[in-house]
Ligand binder design. Structure first.
Ligand SMILES: C[S@@+](CC[C@H](N)C(=O)[O-])C[C@H]1O[C@@H](n2cnc3c(N)ncnc32)[C@H](O)[C@@H]1O
Ligand code: SF4
Length: 389
């Protein structure tokens, strides 16, 4: 593997990457809704016991149909870190019974900084969590306030340190392209991030194409937001700084210190099987893709009625599979094999023409027998990938 963009061999798996699976479990609760977030989540915390009972029941049922050994487990949200200790322990008890974990399995929990304490960090590690993904977004107090976050920058730093001290791998989420935050705030944020030096960093440009408060603000007052060029400069500047500090920019939005890539997320990009439980959770295995219903009430009705909470399930056609391979593969620094690119170009001439343009503008590069996008290419990748569908 030239760049480490691989989850690596799966110890104990008879057919690495085939027999083993990843499992995503969606925990759809938050104390409050952040101004930029359109994830499927609810602030009706009194529903936690009922919904988590349904999740346990769904996991049991999934496991009965052949619980594969897990190479990765990801508890995402929402805010899994707000689960009371007994709910988390109950979930792990079912998971442990139905889905044996491979030695060295990666177990990630998403956490909000305001939920992290030293005692909780230790308790998560004892349950088997190996990695915590902390939604920090920015270390600017002004930025945190406008995002509607419930924590301060100091709390975010304290959370990262507490997790590191508990021996957990830490990933930090940052957001760029935020209204009213310029180069000075970004510099200060990156400085604090590099002082903490988590093993993994996700850097997202604010997306305003979904229904959330900041998207509505962007529609009314676009002047408050950095324009496309300014947001692009932030992304490129953040990338340069992280790479100079020893992080590898291994995926369009993700940076890692050596051997700290997000192994669960790599399974999506490398198209290795990922099972799914919880409202709105998506899974895939081979050519099969499926999703659970994304309404909490429909999810509860289905699971409590003894039915799978499936919204849809379909098998990709062979041409769709090729296009998906290209779409996901170009997100990664390792890129896509020339053979797959050729197959895709034969299917979609408009993609072939777009890729020629990317290559001539140094937005894409041929490297040995592969094609990869450059960081500027990643910024413009929608222009290319939209041609596929
Ligand atoms: C499921 S959320 C985070 C989990 C956790 N509840 C938290 O807030 O820390 C995953 C990440 O998606 C990113 N995100 C959410 N909404 C976004 C948006 N509109 N544009 C870009 N990134 C977004 C944020 O960085 C967030 O931390
Ligand atoms: S960003 Fe995290 S805490 Fe905020 S609403 Fe979304 S899932 Fe909840």
């Amino acid at each position: 593997m030239t760049n480490g963009a691989s989850p690596g061999p799966e110890p104990g798996a008879r057919h690495p990457g085939r027999r083993a699976a990843g499992l995503y479990v969606h925990v759809p609760f938050c104390v409050s809704r952040c101004a930029y977030c359109a994830f499927v989540t609810s602030t009706e915390l009194h529903l936690i016991p009922r919904v988590m009972a349904a999740v346990r029941r769904e996991v049991e049922a999934l496991g009965r149909r052949g619980g594969r050994p897990l190479a990765t487990l990801y508890l995402g949200g929402g805010t899994p870190s707000l689960l009371p200790a007994e709910e988390l322990a109950g979930l792990f008890a079912v998971l442990d019974r139905r889905f044996p974990r491979l030695p060295g399995a990666e177990v990630t929990l998403e956490a909000n900084p305001d939920d992290v304490t030293e005692a909780r960090a230790r308790a998560w590690a004892e349950l088997g969590v190996t990695r915590v993904s902390v939604g920090t977004q920015t270390f600017s107090e002004r930025g945190l306030a406008l995002l509607g976050r419930r924590h301060t920058a100091a709390q975010a730093s304290g959370a990262v340190r507490a997790l590191q001290e508990a021996g957990l791998d830490v990933s930090v989420d940052l957001m760029l392209g935020l209204p009213g935050l310029g180069a000075a705030e970004l510099d200060a944020t990156l400085e604090e991030l590099l002082r903490l030096r988590p093993g993994h960093v996700s850097v997202y440009l604010l997306e305003t194409d979904k229904a959330h408060a900041l998207a509505r603000l962007a529609e009314r007052r676009p002047d408050l937001f950095p324009d496309g060029d300014a947001a692009a400069s932030q992304y490129l500047a953040a990338g340069r700084r992280l790479v100079a500090a020893g992080y590898r920019h291994y995926e369009i939005s993700n940076f890692a210190l050596p051997s700290r890539q997000a192994r669960h997320n790599l399974r999506y990009w490398l198209r290795l099987p990922v099972l799914a439980a919880g409202v709105a959770a998506h899974g895939h295995a081979g050519r099969r893709r499926w999703a659970n219903v994304d309404e909490l009430s429909a999810y509860l009705d289905a699971v409590e009625g003894g039915r799978a909470p499936r919204a849809w399930s379909r098998r990709l056609t062979a041409p769709e599979e090729v296009k998906e391979r290209v779409m996901l593969g170009l997100r990664l620094a390792r890129g896509v094999s020339a053979a797959t690119i050729a197959a895709c170009s034969a299917l979609v001439p408009a993609f072939a023409a777009g890729l020629e343009d990317f290559l001539s503008l140094d937005l894409a590069r041929p490297v040995r027998s592969r094609v990869r996008l450059t960081p500027r290419g990643w910024l413009l990748s929608n222009e290319l990938l939209n041609r596929l569908w």
